[in-house]
Design a binder for this molecule. Structure first.
Ligand code: NAD
Ligand code: ZN
Length: 346
């Protein structure tokens, strides 16, 4: 049996194990990809830490990781559109194809998804198998490390483009990797002011590099003050909640203009309460965001990168995969943007 190196959740306990595992089987409709770069997502940190969510969801052993770019090594007998040598990335949500939403072409709303690196073997490995329906042929002019971030970039694009931002004032709460990418996207899409909040000074600095009009810590500079400084009178038109923090969501609700639109990507705790009066009396629209659209978001991220969108400042650190412990520790410290693992050269 052929084997490969992979980062595996081997035991039902905190940590990750660098292990030698069997190369996954390539089915008739599958594509075998040699991983070049893979980036670490918050989800991977949850799995590493073995929190309640991970304990409930992750079967062990499991090769984790779902943000990647690679080169096709081989394809199944029924795959005709992909060929060895192509640079590809992939959508991490494998959908059922048969539910109402899938049949209607709304695959991002499938009610029966399975996650690469969550429910099926992932991409923190020398090789990963992905169904051809989930493979995205990449523009090889886009840097590999940017391509390795297409999954979170897709979250950012899907959220930021959920509502029209042209000429609008946009508030983003949370300058994690996805919030940071959303700054550049909102600017690219024509927003007037893009204000972002975080409580992490390192990330607020990155936010400035990505073009935020104002990047502030809400504990020292309130959003009301920011609005005043910018000469804004009626509140933000579009809000992108990307912190998963209840206080941040409440801050946002308090500064939206009447008729404002909110897209919520951050995962709130069950205890988060909001002032519903603000929603009802101010006529707010709230949209929950999960994943990214297959494959409209993928098309848009490619075309925006081809026409000047630059998210490279978000990628702050690179590690060889053997140094995964250091890479995860850095992610957990909050003193990073996106952290990319190097798996192999082209
Ligand atoms: P992250 O955890 O790296 O970033 C969150 C940021 O919010 C951090 O920088 C943190 O300092 C900041 N924050 C904390 N409290 C704050 C406050 N009171 N005000 C402002 N900022 C505050 O996460 P990420 O990878 O950028 O992802 C963003 C969010 O989206 C997370 O909640 C993540 O779980 C979620 N997510 C959702 C989906 C989806 O499909 N819905 C997909 C990916 C990520
Ligand atoms: Zn489905």
């Amino acid at each position: 049996m052929q084997t490969m190196k992979a980062l595996v959740k081997k035991e039902r306990a905190p940590g990750l194990w660098l292990d030698e595992v069997p190369v996954p089987q390539v089915g008739e409709f599958d594509v075998l990809i040699r991983v070049l770069r893979a980036s670490i997502c918050g989800t991977d940190v949850h799995i590493f830490d073995w929190d309640n969510w991970a304990q409930r969801i992750i079967p062990t052993p499991m090769v984790i990781g779902h943000e990647f770019v690679g080169v096709i090594q081989s394809v199944g007998s029924h795959v005709h559109d992909f060929h060895p040598g192509m640079i590809v990335t992939g959508e991490g949500h494998v959908v059922c194809g048969r539910c109402r939403n899938c049949l209607a072409g709304r695959r991002h709303l499938c009610n029966n998804t399975s996650g690469i690196g969550v429910n099926r073997p992932g991409a923190f490995a020398e090789l990963v198998v992905v169904p051809e329906t989930n493979v995205w042929a990449a523009d090889s002019n886009i840097p590999l490390e940017v391509l390795s971030c297409f999954d979170p970039l897709g979250n950012a694009v899907h959220t930021a483009l959920s509502f029209d931002v042209l000429g609008e004032d946009v508030l983003i709460t949370g300058a994690g990797p996805i919030g940071l990418m959303a700054i550049a996207i909102a600017k690219h899409a024509g927003a007037r002011h893009v204000v972002i909040t975080d409580i992490n000074a390192y990330r607020l600095k990155l936010a400035e590099q990505l073009g935020a009009t104002v990047a502030c810590d809400p504990r020292t500079r309130t959003l009301q003050q920011v609005m005043k400084d910018l000469g804004m009178k009626e509140g933000f038109d579009v809000g992108l909640e990307m912190s998963g923090n209840g206080a941040a969501l409440n801050d946002m609700l308090g500064v939206m203009c009447h008729g404002g639109k909110l897209a919520l990507l951050g995962i709130q705790s069950k205890e988060t309460a909001i002032d519903w009066d603000l929603v009802v009396f101010n006529g707010l629209t709230i949209k929950g965001i999960y994943g990214r659209e297959m494959y409209e978001t993928w098309y848009k991220m490619t075309s925006m990168l081809q026409s000047g969108l630059d998210i490279t400042p978000v990628i702050t650190h690179r590690f060889p995969f053997l140094e995964f412990e250091e890479a995860f520790a850095l992610m957990k410290s909050g003193q990073s943007g996106k952290v990319v693992l190097h798996w192999s050269d082209l």
